[in-house]
Design a protein around this ligand. Structure first.
Ligand code: SAM
Ligand code: SF4
Length: 332
């Protein structure tokens, strides 16, 4: 697909055809299976200052929490007992969970359960990435947010574009199933920069690609900006599916926040992964990345039931497989 063709699709030139082709590609690669991932958001402390995120360090208006190691392991036990094949351990960039502590958590989970472990803990350095991989971590999610080096500093002050890209590449080199991705509709992005982002993120050859709309958070420097158009986010996912037929692509929670039935539409646009929070109810709503995030008061069991019902209601199958990467395999 050329950049001009991508821009035309992002403008909405052929929504019906685009979504139909993306869903057909998902079906061809993954059959009727949709992978399930439960996320345990174990720390809302963060040392970074991302201008879009409510968890940014300088935001002193939110309630911060950290789960204890025992609480994290309990949440994973519960998720495994519900038959979920993957846990995502996610948090702000919080050095309180040092390299050794995170390593022990990963080792314990892998010893107790036959499930895949995804980490999403920000840029913690090569030594940490390597140790956690040795401890058994299977996947790592580190979104670039944009592939545009000129826009990057506006979004993530104090962070370095090249450094983050190098981190994504080192995760790949360490043998993780590596995930990255973009936020759509951040201030200053245009359909042209988005088309460039789509092409550049595709170049990375990722196992997992996430694209979700920007949702403004009042207590951030971007609080007064417009949110990302959910329809553009859906088109982005569909184009990514066509360009990356074998990659895992999630229907993001940000999409559900800004659009009724957003996740369902995400699957219709080619996503093959559903991720949902199974963070303990006592703290879940305090993982306040953006307004509307984690407002459900369901138990983990209800959340998993709802996800399975959503998938079955679409005539698809909630997968019980680990949902490993098909990247590198030949397209069927
Ligand atoms: N701290 C780690 C990191 O940034 O890689 C992982 C946790 S971070 C909360 C997970 C993702 O949330 C980010 O990669 C970003 O894409 C997304 N996010 C944060 N704020 C957002 C917002 N206001 N709208 C949409 N997505 C947002
Ligand atoms: Fe921290 Fe991640 Fe939020 Fe940035 S996006 S402020 S690194 S939690």
């Amino acid at each position: 697909m050329t950049k001009d063709e991508i821009i035309a699709l992002l403008e909405g030139k052929d929504d019906a055809g685009l979504f139909e082709r993306a869903a057909a590609q998902r079906l061809e690669t993954f059959g009727e299976e949709i992978y399930l991932r439960g996320i345990v958001e174990f720390s809302s402390y963060c040392r970074c200052q991302c201008n879009y995120c409510g968890l940014r360090g300088p935001n002193n208006q939110i309630h911060r929490y950290r789960l204890s190691v025992a609480e994290i392991l309990d949440a994973v036990d519960e998720l495994a007992a519900l038959g979920l094949p993957t846990v995502v351990l996610q948090g702000g960039e919080d050095p309180h969970f040092d390299v050794a502590t995170m390593g022990r958590i990963v080792q314990t989970v892998k010893k107790r359960h036959k499930i895949a472990v995804t980490l999403s803990l920000g840029e913690r350095g090569l030594e940490a990435f390597s140790h956690w991989r040795d401890c058994g971590a299977d996947r790592y999610l580190l979104k670039m947010e944009t592939m545009n080096p000129a826009l990057y500093p506006n979004f993530r002050p104090g962070c370095d574009f090249d450094q983050r890209l190098a981190s994504v590449r080192s995760l790949q080199a360490l043998g993780y199933e590596a995930g990255s991705g973009i936020i759509t509709g951040l201030p200053g992005m245009t359909l042209e920069t988005l088309a460039d982002d789509i092409l550049a993120v595709t170049e990375l050859g990722l196992d997992m690609i996430s694209a979700g709309p920007f949702v403004p958070h009042q207590q951030t420097p971007f609080g007064g900006e417009s949110g990302g158009d959910p329809q553009v986010a859906l088109r982005t996912m569909a184009i990514l599916r066509l360009l990356n037929p074998n990659a895992n692509i999630p229907a993001t929670s940000a999409l559900e926040t800004v659009k009724k039935e957003g996740r369902k539409q995400g699957i219709e646009a080619g996503a093959n992964v559903l991720m949902f929070s199974v963070t303990p109810e006592t703290v879940r709503k305090n993982y306040a990345i953006y307004p509307g995030k984690n407002q459900e008061t369901n138990t983990a069991a209800q959340t998993v039931d709802n996800a399975r019902n959503l998938i079955q209601g679409m005539g698809l199958k909630p997968s019980i497989s680990l949902g490993g990467s098909k990247v590198g395999q030949q397209v069927k």
